[in-house]
Design a protein around this ligand. Structure first.
Ligand SMILES: [Zn+2]
Length: 275
């Protein structure tokens, strides 16, 4: 009997232990469950945050305006090296400018401008020549001294412009003309013709046309200097005509012609490189 009791006691205590163990396991599982719930809560918070970041990025992307530089860089990526070089270093015409006459013998006098050719253009050239262009003066050896200096200069000029104004005993004589050498080609003649037309149109002057002085005639030496670049001798008005002088008295003629020739050279250069 006592054996039986002992056996029940033992069984009972084993059962109690077993229940205790189950209870402990349940507590452990509860705890683990709690931990997993915390982890899941943290993870879903993180996912919410990430989703919000993605929304923000999408919004930023939708509102994004690429800066101009970025576009240019991307555009350059698709260019070949020659085009890229041109785009980075655009063609800029280089013009040699000669002021007519010299300080000792100053050329014609305009009674309406109260200036000699030398005085008139020398004052304008101070402000009107622009970067890349170079001013050349004659010395006492005449225009060939300026041509020598241009030929000796390391810069390759696109054009030579020499500035004068016309003068005549008859004060009615008026208008503008450009002198050049016979050997200039069609392209160079057309360039000068268009500039002259624009000048006359802009300031209401008479277009006297292009002149090609014969050997020994006035202006022949000036435009036959063989400076590599085509030479144009500009006579944009008559200093002896009051109306002409009135029309141009507030114009920087050096600047106007340098800009006009340069603009057209750039246009022609662009047309050539796009062809
Ligand atoms: Zn002159």
């Amino acid at each position: 009997m006592s054996n039986l009791i002992e056996r029940y006691k033992l069984q009972n205590s084993e059962f109690v232990n077993y229940v205790q163990k189950l209870y402990n396991q349940r507590e452990e599982l509860k705890h683990a469950n709690e931990q997993q719930r915390n982890i899941i809560r943290d993870l879903s918070e993180t996912i919410d945050l990430r989703n919000k970041e993605i929304d923000d990025l999408q919004q930023t992307l939708a509102n994004y305006q690429p800066p101009k530089e970025t576009y240019v860089e991307e555009h350059y990526d698709r260019m070949d090296t020659v085009t890229l070089k041109k785009a980075l270093n655009p063609y800029k015409p280089k013009i040699a400018i000669i002021i007519g006459h010299d300080a000792l013998v100053q050329g014609a006098i305009s009674p309406f401008l109260n200036k000699t050719e030398w005085e008139f253009y020398n004052a304008q050239a101070v402000n009107g020549i622009g970067a890349g262009n170079i001013l050349f003066y004659r010395n006492r050896n005449g225009v060939s001294s300026a041509h020598d200096a241009i030929r000796a200069h390391p810069r390759q000029f696109d054009l030579v412009l020499e500035f004068h104004f016309n003068a005549f005993s008859n004060p009615q004589a008026n208008g503008a003309e450009i002198l050049m050498a016979e050997y200039l080609n069609k392209f160079e003649r057309t360039l000068a013709d268009h500039v002259l037309q624009e000048w006359c149109h802009t300031f209401g002057l008479r277009d006297r046309g292009l002149k090609f002085p014969a050997k020994g005639a006035r202006g022949f030496k000036n435009v036959n200097g063989f400076t590599d670049a085509p030479t144009f001798l500009l006579e944009p008005f008559f200093g002896t005509n009051e109306t002409d002088c009135d029309k141009i008295k507030n114009v920087n003629i050096v600047e106007w012609f340098v800009n006009e020739f340069a603009k057209r050279l750039i246009e022609q250069n662009n047309e050539k490189s796009n062809a």
